[in-house]
Design a protein around this ligand. Structure first.
Ligand code: FEO
Ligand code: CA
Ligand code: CA
Ligand code: CA
Length: 665
């Protein structure tokens, strides 16, 4: 096999300019092909994607809004082979929907509801529920080109309808028993799968992020105060984001998205349906007949993803996961059972062994650069007794009766333990050789954090552009309960004041809102952005940058003065700005309206898979966003402009070098 360069100190490309062009832009010598786009069929006999919103069979073709992703190498006998670089299963999340372009007309659903045309509405809602979830896709590289293997036995779609098994402490509890799930041991579907993870035993972890927004809450008078408090703390109220309305369709599969106490008991209605969501789901791409398993031991919140630290013989499995909402927390799970190498390839049975029993922790970041992990477990005496949660003037009493309750209301337990609220924890990654953990904090705004409410780890009065922090666990042990942290990098416009542009970014590497994060096996870091209107979108589309990171502790003490939108000044001192080690360069710019997300690389470092999510976002409904983007082109060259009239499509692209060399070096 081709050799790779470990621990490089130089990047072998020049930073590319930012830009607003409706195509993928790469450094000279690089190419990218569209591999798997929204609507692409997984099986023969299905028509190719139509450009008119009439496709109905999304349970057999690519879903929408490609997000977190992992490439699982496969050997000739169809087994997981982490060394394979020319054949494998690509597993990816379909986070959400591009509502403007999914259906025949932009107002199709509203029209069907208004006309009370239930048959038409069901067709539309089925398309939406099937457009979510996870894809497993066999891909192969032949003559230097990757392609999807149509009809592979590994091709599979998980959707909002797919039956899954509840596992871990929450499974079977009374508060997860509903009309469709009277035993509390099954669940249907997964939605809003943002980022992901993968295990040393060859399985995929799909996280649920903004799942709470899919529920509509009706009359819940009969719920206990504790349950009402759970709904409030997880933001499940009213019409949610008021855009899915799946419970307008008759039938339990749809009615479950309407939360109410209309039955005389919990198994006659869907009062507890939201308690079945907000977890991490484990999928075995190599055993496609097995039901996915919902790992409740990792806690319930808006999981951005689930990143597993490198496994060490005799040490626990450790998984990092941020809660991506404003002012939420950073968590980690430590397995009870110690890792043994004989479980490589163990599939979901290994998942049962390592993920169903363990301890969930939440992070406290002290201003002096130290930190602590606090245990979210019923045996922690700090959680004893009664507590109160105040939501906009309404106060809820709560307490914890079991380990299952601590995990299912992890946010409330973390509140009690004094966890540090963060500027939206997104992706985490463990450096493959030195063990430092990096975390993107995508951004913050004063609506949820008063600009005077600062700490050293969230040091900006108004953090419009986000930052990346890092920590080292005590003695390099990922199961440790103490750590040291500093700040690696701050997003900023290049022309911001020096007090704000702490990392000294220039037009060649300015960025905003870091989200996707990956350190490849060589030690090269890749940063992807999800920059909204308050960032630098007037200067460049979303992008991917490359850095060679230093170590925790390389940062220097910095004191900055920042002001909020009202000119209120805040002075803060923190450790950060690892300028010498950054060497940050812009590698890729995406098409108009897209986010760059999802990342995986073959072990030979010659092929990289990333996702172009929702190109065309921000366009008009009537024009199906084609007024913003027509990407991708029919030629499937990701760097080409699409033809006029093409509805924009989320897609996985594969990036490679024309000369077949290692990426980025
Ligand atoms: Fe779906 Fe936190 O980004
Ligand atoms: Ca994300
Ligand atoms: Ca994001
Ligand atoms: Ca997005």
């Amino acid at each position: 096999p081709d050799s790779v360069t470990m621990n490089p100190t130089q990047l072998g490309f020049s930073s590319i300019p930012g830009g607003i062009e409706d195509r993928v832009i790469l450094p000279p010598g690089y190419k990218a092909d569209v591999l798997y786009a929204k609507g692409d069929p997984l099986f023969s006999g299905l028509a190719p994607f139509k450009n008119d919103g009439t496709d109905v069979d999304y349970d057999s073709r690519s879903g929408d809004e490609h997000d977190g992703m992992h490439f699982f190498g496969m050997n000739a006998s169809g087994q997981y082979d982490p060394e394979a670089s020319d054949r494998g299963i690509l597993v990816l999340n379909h986070e959400n929907l591009e509502d403007n372009t999914l259906h025949e007309t932009a107002t199709a659903k509203a029209d069907a509801i208004f006309a009370n045309d239930i048959q038409e509405l069901k067709k539309i809602v089925d398309r939406e529920m099937n457009g979510h979830g996870v894809s497993c896709v066999e891909i192969r590289k032949e003559n230097g080109k990757w392609s999807v293997i149509t009809d592979s036995p590994y091709n599979r779609r998980l959707t909002v309808f797919t039956e899954m098994q509840m596992q871990g402490p929450v499974a079977g509890e009374d508060f997860v028993k509903t009309k469709l799930t009277p035993t509390g041991t099954t669940r249907y579907g997964t939605m809003n799968n943002c980022a992901n993870g993968y295990t040393p035993w060859g399985t995929y972890l799909a996280a649920e992020e903004n799942w709470y927004a899919y529920f509509r809450v009706g009359n819940v008078d009969a719920l206990s105060e504790k349950q009402k408090g759970w709904l409030a703390r997880y933001g499940i109220s009213g019409n949610g984001w008021a855009y899915r309305q799946w419970d307008e369709v008759p039938g339990d599969q749809y009615q479950r998205f309407g939360v109410n106490t209309s039955g005389s008991t919990a198994t006659e209605d869907f009062r507890y349906e939201p308690n079945l969501h907000g977890y991490v789901t484990e999928v075995d791409p190599f055993r496609p007949t097995q039901k996915p398993r919902v790992r409740t031991g990792l806690g319930r919140f808006s999981h951005e993803g689930a990143w597993v630290a490198p496994a060490k013989e005799g040490a626990p499995i450790v998984i990092y996961s941020g809660d991506d909402s404003r002012r939420e927390y950073m968590y980690k799970f430590v397995s009870k059972t110690a890792w043994t190498e004989s479980d490589r390839n163990g599939g979901l049975a290994a998942g049962d062994k390592y993920l169903d029993e363990g301890t969930l922790y939440v992070a406290v970041f002290n201003d002096d650069g130290t930190g602590a992990w606090k245990a979210l477990t019923i045996s922690n005496p700090e959680l004893n007794g009664d507590h109160t949660y105040n939501d906009d003037g309404t106060t809820y009493q709560y307490s914890f009766a079991s380990e299952a309750e601590v995990l299912a209301s992890a946010r409330l337990a973390a509140d009690v333990l004094g966890a540090t609220p963060m500027d939206r924890p997104e992706w985490a990654v463990v450096h493959p050789t030195n063990g430092d953990v990096y975390l993107t904090l995508t951004n913050g705004n004063p609506s949820n954090r008063p600009s005077t409410d600062l700490d050293a780890v969230n040091p900006r009065a108004v953090n419009s552009n986000g930052h990346i922090i890092r920590w080292r666990e005590q003695d390099g042990n990922h199961a440790a309960t103490a750590f040291e942290w500093d700040i690696f990098l701050f997003g900023s416009s290049a022309d911001a004041s020096a007090d704000y542009n702490v990392s000294g970014l220039t037009p060649d590497n300015e960025f905003s809102s870091p989200d996707g994060l990956f350190i490849d096996p060589r030690g090269v870091m890749w940063i992807q952005t999800d920059d909204g209107s308050s960032g630098i979108r007037s200067k460049t589309n979303n992008q991917m940058l490359v850095a060679i990171p230093g170590r925790v502790g390389d940062g220097e003490s910095v004191t900055v003065t920042t002001s909020d939108n009202n000119g209120q000044e805040s002075v803060n001192t923190f450790i950060g700005g690892d300028a010498d080690a950054v060497k940050l360069k812009r590698f890729l710019v995406g098409p108009n309206g897209c986010e760059i997300t999802g990342i995986s690389m073959t072990p030979d470092a010659r092929s990289m898979f990333i996702n172009i999510q929702h190109p065309g976002e921000g366009g008009s409904k009537e024009a199906f966003n084609t007024d913003v983007s027509n990407w991708p082109a029919t030629s499937r060259d990701a760097t080409a402009f699409g033809e006029a009239g093409n509805r924009p499509r989320s897609a996985t692209i594969v990036i490679y070098r024309e000369d077949g060399g290692e990426l980025a070096l």
